[in-house]
Design a protein around this ligand. Structure first.
Ligand SMILES: [Zn+2]
Length: 207
């Protein structure tokens, strides 16, 4: 998703659940994943190029860092790890076919975006989950506004340019990706609430 959308969604999901100091650190770490250094050679940050297992592993790894950080003095690195985790969790919905597969269950009248289940087990674990491949140079030209049309005409169906739900410009399915990403961010927070001791959780929320 676009960086401002990541920020907006993270705010929406967490502003009532963590202190504003924690929230700002989480958001900064989430945004940083889309910097150039996080784009090249880091498909797992964004579930790009079919890095499905790698993306899942990255989320688990960052959750591990949150726990490890909370066991040592200071809390900053726990917030940073959670910020990274939320970025990847959110990109799952804009870069994979999860939303399409979820909507395919309801031919005719689909449920509204707020009704989406972001972690429907059979879908999330389905071997059919895949994500957009980055095709050079067309997927780079896609980011140049006046070249977007040309690049889209030349890009295959399984490309990032054709598949992404990064912004409202991508049509009505974007609202489902956004709603799922906000819910997933809250779901990830709730996992922490379950696995952390009350003391560690209080340190994390900083409330
Ligand atoms: Zn990303």
């Amino acid at each position: 998703m676009l960086v401002p959308i990541h920020e907006e969604m993270t705010r929406e999901a967490l502003s009532s659940r963590v202190s504003s100091r924690a929230l700002e650190v989480i958001i900064a770490a989430n945004r940083k994943q889309d910097a150039i250094s996080g784009q090249i050679g880091h498909d797992e940050f964004h579930f790009d190029n079919n890095a499905i297992d790698e993306g899942r592993r990255y989320i688990n790894e960052q959750r591990g860092f949150v726990i490890a950080s909370l066991l040592s003095p200071g809390v900053l690195s726990a917030w940073i790890a959670f910020g990274r985790l939320t970025h990847t969790a959110q990109d799952f919905y804009s870069h994979t076919n999860y939303i399409s597969m979820w909507l395919d269950q309801y031919p005719g009248t689909p449920p509204t975006p707020p009704e989406i289940d972001p972690v429907q087990k059979d879908l999330i674990e389905s071997p059919k989950i895949h994500s957009g491949k980055i095709y050079f140079p067309m997927d780079v030209l896609y980011f140049v506004p006046f070249l977007r049309k040309v690049s889209l005409a030349l890009l295959p169906h399984d490309s990032h340019g054709r598949m992404n739900l990064d912004s409202p410009k991508q049509g009505p399915r974007f609202a489902y990706a956004r709603a799922a990403a906000v819910k997933r961010t809250q779901y990830e927070f709730e996992i922490l609430e379950k696995i952390l001791t009350p003391e560690m959780f209080a340190k994390f929320t900083d409330m």
